[in-house]
Write a protein of this length. Structure first.
Length: 347
């Protein structure tokens, strides 16, 4: 049975899903590119020919995220009676107008997203908050998030399946950690919008306020005209196999994003013994629970209090608790749930 899988990049969570599908199906993946987020006739034609080339009566169509890339698979799935699934991850479910974030911020992209979600055979969000939830981390945006908050009268069936990580790869290596050390991962640090989405503005602010802590940011470098506190260190992008070693050198992991779907980086850090300090968005409060700290609203004073508390109460027992919590999100759980869902619809 052919599974035709469309995606926009080769992020680790995407390659993991491809591996899962290949374990049971004849998986045929296709990477797409929409230049500058504009509709590309060439890319649409590429999709059509790719589907027709690999089509059979039992073929399954899967698209990673809703948007321009999901329109053609949804249309062909509807016309040909094929089962078309869309994995939902964040921008296709949330909308923050204050920073121009989300598919619903652009008229044509909003239409593509709504059409896809309403006409898909089945949706697979990576957490419950992407369906519908209250949002109170900031007071600048909509108080309700999730695709049901922005698409009215949608009745497409869905199944929530959490992301997962390779627990055997991300493991405890060192008991000793550099005192007062914090780490986070954020690509494209040069982009002001990216820094806002990932909460880097708050990290810069807390670093200036608390010069005795050290913060490492993996994934790029700041623009030369941006003033960066001396206690912040940046490291270029690292291959995944090098991440466990550097995570094991730090006590805490920061993820202070304005919005998230299901951030694997938080779980990877927890699996390596980092105690998480996260914003109250997406799946993060559920992931962390009592193994770390949750910043309920975007406020530097509250963050300062949390960090002081985290430093005062740091212990090896809490390090182990983070690891144990991360073990609940083993990639095998996603594999079992995803394959079970797809196979159940073939009967």
């Amino acid at each position: 049975m052919n599974v035709i899988y469309f995606h926009l990049n080769n992020a680790p969570f995407i390659t993991k899903d491809i591996e899962i599908l290949k374990s049971r199906f004849n998986n045929i993946s296709c990477r797409l590119k929409f230049t500058d987020n504009l509709v590309s006739v060439f890319t649409f034609l590429k999709q059509i020919f790719f589907i027709l080339k690999n089509l059979n009566k039992n073929a399954i169509l899967i698209t990673q995220f809703a948007g321009y890339q999901s329109v053609i698979p949804t249309f062909i799935g509807k016309v040909c009676g094929l089962k078309n699934y869309i994995i939902l991850g964040g921008t296709d479910c949330n909308w923050l107008p204050s920073i121009n974030y989300g598919n619903y911020n652009k008229r044509l992209l909003r239409w593509a997203t709504e059409y896809s979600l309403k006409n898909a055979f089945h949706l697979i969000p990576v957490n419950e908050e992407l369906v519908e939830c209250e949002y109170s981390y900031t007071d600048l945006d909509f108080k309700k998030q999730g695709f049901k908050s922005f698409i009215k009268n949608i009745d497409t069936p869905y199944t929530v399946i959490y992301n997962g990580i390779d627990i055997e790869k991300y493991k405890l290596m060192h008991k000793f950690r550099e005192p007062k050390s914090f780490i986070t991962i954020c690509s494209v640090l040069e982009d002001p919008k990216r820094r806002l989405v990932k909460g880097i503005d708050l990290i810069l602010e807390i670093a200036l306020l608390m010069p005795d802590i050290t913060i490492t940011i993996i994934g790029g470098s700041f623009p030369n005209d941006l003033v960066v506190p001396k206690n912040i260190k940046t490291i270029p992008f690292l291959p995944n196999d090098q991440l466990p070693e550097i995570l094991n050198k730090h006590q805490f992991y920061l993820q202070l994003s304005l919005t998230e779907g299901f951030p694997n980086a938080v779980i990877e850090a927890m699996a390596c013994g980092c105690i998480p300090i996260v914003s109250s968005v997406g799946a993060m409060p559920m992931i962390v629970e009592d193994s770390g700290f949750v910043l309920r609203t975007k406020n530097i004073e509250l963050l300062s209090s949390i960090i002081i508390n985290a430093l005062d109460t740091y212990s090896y027992e809490k390090l182990m608790k983070s690891r144990q919590k991360a073990e609940k999100f083993d990639i095998k759980n996603r594999q079992n749930a995803l394959l079970k869902l797809l196979l159940s619809h073939q009967q």
